[in-house]
Design a binder for this molecule. Structure first.
Ligand code: PMV
Length: 336
């Protein structure tokens, strides 16, 4: 992990540094109602995870070019373009044309195979907007982060978070809000890393393909019901109700992809074996519920008392590279 170096020499403004954690969706975002604005077809609910963070630093000033470093190395396409399109949004909002020096540093350990774009764009939203002289409240930050990566809208907040679909064509009502602070409900997410390779189909392309699946309309139709159940379970601290609806949402999301043409299958053999282990443990009274994103990793929601046993069982599955146990994490914050 490299530290962030101060980079004020050619810049008029001071650098702002912000840090955000990744989040895991319990009710999934899988499909867009507007691709340009990253507006989701459905709402979603997530848990922000402690210790899996990205730090972003930004200064605007007198340089003649934008200068972007990712983990200490000059950003290359397509990451550079994506990052600078995001910076352009901030420049337009702030009414400035100054060039930017942007650095992002990932604290997600190398090789854990967890997409960190949610943490990256949540930290970039705060760092770039502050550096540009904007003082955005959390809802506006959430809307800005969403433009970089949909799930980043949720990483603005800690703990359990709901990102609303919204109805406005301009997306101003498609923002996240906290449901419970990290300290309000102590749960664990055990992550079994099955492959650290970059996923073969990005979320963006996966969502495009899923939208043409014959199962997609049913997925969208059922979302409101799943969100209501999850919201109620979180309010009642009912882990079983939340776990069951989260598992259901994840498998429905993957079923939509399986029915697409060409089919979308993110799982590997070890992914399926992990699911069976978790279900077998549940039969025996150790309660964990599975969720899987656009990749092969298996994430298990459970009570702190059961995390150790679940982690040990998953570490034993052939093909599992490593296992992490995460606690609820905080929302985005300024570091310097
Ligand atoms: O934010 P994106 O574009 O990387 O999409 C995230 C998609 C899932 O992780 C599969 C689901 C979610 O709600 O985070």
């Amino acid at each position: 992990m490299k530290g962030l170096e101060p980079h004020r020499s050619t810049m008029l403004g001071a650098a702002t540094t912000a840090r955000a954690n990744v989040n895991v969706a319990l009710i999934k975002y899988w499909g867009k109602r507007d691709a340009a604005l990253n507006l989701p077809a459905t709402g979603s609910i997530s848990l922000t995870l402690d210790g899996l963070w990205v730090e972003a630093s930004c200064a605007f000033g007198a340089g003649s070019n934008d200068d972007c470093l990712i983990d200490g190395r000059p950003a290359v396409e397509p990451d550079r373009g994506r990052l600078l399109r995001f910076v352009d949004l901030v420049r337009a909002e702030a009414g400035i044309e100054a060039k930017a020096a942007v650095r992002t540093t990932s604290g997600v350990p190398n090789g854990v195979g967890l997409a960190s774009s949610a943490a990256a764009f949540a930290s970039l939203a705060l760092a770039t907007s502050r550096a540009a002289g904007l003082r955005l409240e959390a809802p506006a930050l959430s809307a800005l982060a969403r433009r970089g990566s949909g799930s980043a809208a949720r990483s603005i907040f800690g703990g359990f978070v709901e990102w609303h679909r919204g109805a406005r064509p301009d997306g101003l009502d498609s923002i996240a809000e906290p449901l419970l602070a990290p300290s309000d409900w102590d749960v664990r997410v055990v992550v079994a890393v099955v492959s650290s390779a970059r996923k073969p189909v990005s979320s963006r392309d996966g969502m495009k393909r899923a939208a043409a699946s014959p199962l997609y309309p049913a997925w969208v139709d059922a979302a409101e019901r799943d969100l209501t159940i999850a919201r109620g379970a979180i309010a009642a601290r009912d882990l079983e109700a939340l776990g069951l609806v989260a598992e259901h949402s994840a498998f429905k999301m993957h079923a939509v992809g399986l029915a697409a043409r060409p089919p979308l299958l993110y799982w590997l053999a070890a992914t399926i074996e992990c699911v069976h282990r978790v279900w077998a443990l549940r039969e025996e009274g150790t309660r964990g519920w599975v969720t899987i994103d656009a990749g092969p990793q298996v994430k298990v929601l459970c009570d702190p008392a059961d995390a150790h046993r679940i982690a040990a069982a998953l570490a034993d599955v052939p093909g599992v590279e490593r296992v992490l146990t995460c606690t609820p994490g905080a929302g985005v914050e300024v570091r310097a």
